[in-house]
Design a protein around this ligand. Structure first.
Ligand SMILES: Nc1ncnc2c1ncn2[C@@H]1O[C@H](COP(=O)(O)OP(=O)(O)OP(=O)(O)O)[C@@H](O)[C@H]1O
Length: 667
């Protein structure tokens, strides 16, 4: 029999699917002119570093070779989840198998006693003690199985939780650059949706395989004692099932990998449509419903076609396996009949052998089937482990070396940086210096590298060339958390945490809640006006997903983001367009607070509002990743370069006599 051979975790968020041949598109494929035509070839087997492309071209030997690894990783996870439960589960399997084996062997004895010559009553009386022992053995087997099943369930819940926790913990600590790598996203998705949920299943299948294997040994032992030739017949009769289960698992695994990108695309679209209020508004505003639904339908069609293709292959494999298995079993029976007819095997022994063949065959089939399920779900566990190993390689090694708590001088020394997969560097040989108590401003056109430099200064990325030091200590050699703790950041696109306003402001800060500091941060950022409008004040959850939740505007979110940075009380403040969404009054208030806060701190400010740049002590102008000018506002204006040009361009927008239209910035 062919099982569906699907990892159970995969059924949850995204069913497996795969490539329909390019020449036979599925019926639901939209007309040829969809805007996403160019990405049709996304459904291809793309071996990545995190995917063992050889795995699905599997031979029996390869499976056998993988089994110890799968078992080791799974048992380690079970050990972590609950040592006692894991050991007792193992013990119950052994006890259950011993009970069943004893029952089987005794059954052969009972038959022999019943089929020997003599009065029926005497024969039954003689068999009674053995029968009683069989009953006891079966009771022991049943109790052990029930106990094992219960403990297995408890262990399963814990293993799943642990596996998800370890993965998310790894994802929280990898270098930010990992998230610029599509391979990482894909591997993480697979590990989360298929790897983590399959740990408990793999553990269960391994246990079931062991259990059945022990029963096979018991049956084979019985059969071996009765007639070893029948043992060979038993093995041959179950081979077709093993072959078909192997083929089915390979097909599913291959399909799952081939469709990874499709599933992720569908998942992203689904999340946009059902989970993102901003997306909901934009989908309507741009009348993008048809666009989205066409793509959803196209991907759904491809995935469905693949499901159908797999179902047909499974059905074909199943029928061939069943037919061959029937032939094998028939051959075993014929052999037994021949032995009986020729007098090689007495009737009592033949009866016992028949039971042993049936039990052995059923259990051997279970070994193959459960073993294949263990192998199949185990492949996702191996994937999961590969992702964890990859995450470890992408994570800066932990070290006790910390960044200076309150740096006197931060130096950027000849720093270059390129994003993953990007041929063009975002920063080229930039050098600058920031002293404590200074506000420096980074100025430049879109894409000139300001945010990138800010992220490097905050230790979120490490330079690909050059170095950044805090009081001479290279950020590359210190514990990254120590850098993050010393930096308060107002990012350009602040994340809308679905938390209360209070939690939005205080999240991530060390120590217990400081009510005075919270009050100051709320007032200095203008968040007090946001709080005043909210139904539950600071305790209002900022998400429409909650019954008592509220939706903040873009400017209100920005005030909260500034409040978070002010509350953090860190020696280094990095503000990337902190007032882009603020009204004029709030902007003035934020800049006054920043100026006040800058005393005794190091402040990096990025803004396109040239009037605000004036609060900076020193200004650096970036252009296409290079530092092209630096100085004070006055000196840069006097120099008449790019800064002066940008300034004049903005200033002209406010001047009555000088229209901005026509003003140009040098290329
Ligand atoms: N995560 C990323 N992956 C790849 N390239 C990126 C990434 N982030 C930024 N870039 C590229 O790096 C360059 C510099 O981007 P950056 O965001 O630093 O510019 P910026 O000066 O802050 O621009 P803006 O004024 O628009 O905020 C740009 O060419 C941008 O396309």
């Amino acid at each position: 029999m062919v099982t569906s051979a699907r990892g159970k975790g995969r059924e949850d968020p995204a069913p497996p699917a795969s490539t329909p041949p390019a020449s036979t598109p599925p019926a639901s494929t939209p007309p040829a002119s969809t805007p996403l035509d160019g990405v049709r070839d996304e459904v291809v087997a793309r071996p990545s570093g995190l995917f063992d492309a050889q795995t699905y071209r599997t031979s029996v030997w390869r499976i056998a070779a993988q089994f110890p690894r799968i078992t080791r990783i799974t048992f380690q996870a079970a050990w972590r989840a609950g040592r006692a439960a894991h050991l007792v589960t193992l013990a119950t399997q052994v006890v259950a198998a011993l009970g069943a084996g004893f029952g089987l062997y005794s059954a052969a004895g009972v038959l022999r006693q019943l089929l020997t010559a003599g009065a029926s009553a005497d024969r039954v009386a003689a068999a009674l003690p053995t029968l009683m022992m069989i009953v006891v053995a079966l009771a022991v087997q049943a109790s052990a199985e029930t106990c094992g099943a219960y403990l297995g369930k408890r262990l399963a819940a814990r293993m799943k939780r642990d596996a998800r926790g370890r993965l998310l913990d790894a994802a929280c600590h990898v270098e930010l650059s990992a998230f610029d790598d599509p391979a990482w996203h894909e591997a993480l998705e697979r590990a989360e949706t298929a790897g983590a949920p399959n740990f408990d299943a793999t553990h269960g299948w391994i246990m079931a395989t062991l259990h059945s294997l022990m029963l096979v040994v018991a049956a084979a032992g019985t059969l071996g004692v009765l007639d070893p030739v029948l043992l060979v017949a038993l093995v041959v009769s179950v081979l077709p099932e093993g072959w078909s289960a192997l083929r089915a698992a390979r097909l599913d695994y291959e399909s799952f990998h081939r469709c990874g990108l499709l599933r992720r695309r569908l998942w992203l679209l689904t999340r946009l449509v059902r989970g993102e209020p901003r997306a909901a508004a934009e989908i309507r505003a741009h009348t993008a419903q048809r666009f989205v639904m066409t793509e959803v339908d196209r991907i759904g069609g491809l995935l469905e076609a693949e499901e159908l293709r797999l179902a047909a292959k499974h059905a074909r494999l199943g029928s061939v396996a069943r037919a061959l298995g029937g032939v094998g079993l028939g051959a075993a029976y014929v052999l037994l009949g021949v032995f009986l007819a020729t007098g090689r095997t007495p009737l009592a022994v033949a009866g016992a052998a028949l039971i042993a063949v049936q039990v052995g065959r059923r259990r051997l089939a279970e070994v193959v089937r459960y073993g294949m399920r263990a192998y199949e779900t185990g492949m996702y566990v191996l994937d999961y482990q590969r992702v964890l190993d990859d995450a470890a390689a992408r994570t800066r090694p932990r070290t006790d070396r910390r960044v200076p708590v309150d740096p006197e001088v931060i130096r950027v020394e000849n720093v270059s940086f390129g994003y993953h997969g990007s041929a063009r560097p975002a920063l080229r040989e930039v050098s600058l210096e920031i002293r404590r108590g200074q506000i420096i401003a980074l100025v430049g056109e879109n894409g000139s590298g300001k945010s990138t430099l800010a992220k490097l200064l905050a230790g979120l990325y490490l330079p690909t060339g050059g170095r950044i030091t805090w009081d001479g200590v290279d950020l590359a050699g210190v514990d990254p958390d120590s850098v993050s703790r010393a930096v308060a950041m107002v990012p350009q696109d602040t994340l809308h945490w679905p938390l209360t306003i209070r939690d939005n402001i205080t999240l991530g800060a060390d120590g217990p809640l400081d009510a005075d500091r919270l009050r100051y941060a709320v007032a200095a950022s203008g968040t007090d006006q946001v709080v005043a409008q909210m139904p539950h004040g600071l305790d209002t959850p900022l998400s429409r997903h909650y019954v008592h939740g509220a939706q903040a505007s873009g400017g209100q979110w920005q005030r909260i983001s500034v409040a978070r940075a002010l509350y953090r009380d860190a020696p280094v403040l990095v503000a990337d367009e902190p007032t882009a969404a603020l009204d004029a009054r709030a902007e003035a208030q934020v800049y006054a607070s920043l100026a006040e806060l800058a005393a005794g701190r190091t402040c990096v400010l990025i803004t396109h509002r040239m009037a605000s740049v004036k609060i900076a002590d020193h200004i650096y102008v970036l252009h296409e990743g290079r530092l092209v000018e630096e100085g004070t506002h006055e000196s840069l204006l006097a120099a008449g370069g790019r800064y002066a040009e940008l300034y004049a361009l903005q200033a002209s927008a406010y001047a009555d006599d000088e229209p901005a239209v026509g003003a140009r910035v040098s290329p």
